[in-house]
Write a protein that binds this ligand. Structure first.
Ligand SMILES: [Zn+2]
Ligand SMILES: [Zn+2]
Length: 78
């Protein structure tokens, strides 16, 4: 039965997802992962946990506005 409206769930065996892993936000140079949800009924079905592409640095005046990385850092030396 639904906690909010008191109505029984329409579908027998319907999944009930709860968050088991919080979202890991993507950063400039690292990928993130969306929050992972798992069904508390069957404990098998999962939802989320998808990769978030890294954002890339956002250089303004030679400095990243997100992580303060300098634009010259990480460039291969000649
Ligand atoms: Zn389930
Ligand atoms: Zn950055």
């Amino acid at each position: 039965m639904c906690e909010r409206c008191g109505e029984p769930y329409g579908e027998l065996g319907a999944h009930q997802f709860v968050e088991v892993e919080p979202e890991k936000p993507a950063s400039c140079d690292e990928e993130g992962i969306t929050a992972l949800y798992r069904c508390v009924v069957c404990e098998e079905a999962e939802r989320g946990g998808e990769e978030i592409p890294s954002l890339g640095h956002n250089f303004v005046d030679g400095k990243c506005t997100r992580c303060d990385e300098l634009e010259t850092a990480g460039l291969p030396e000649d």
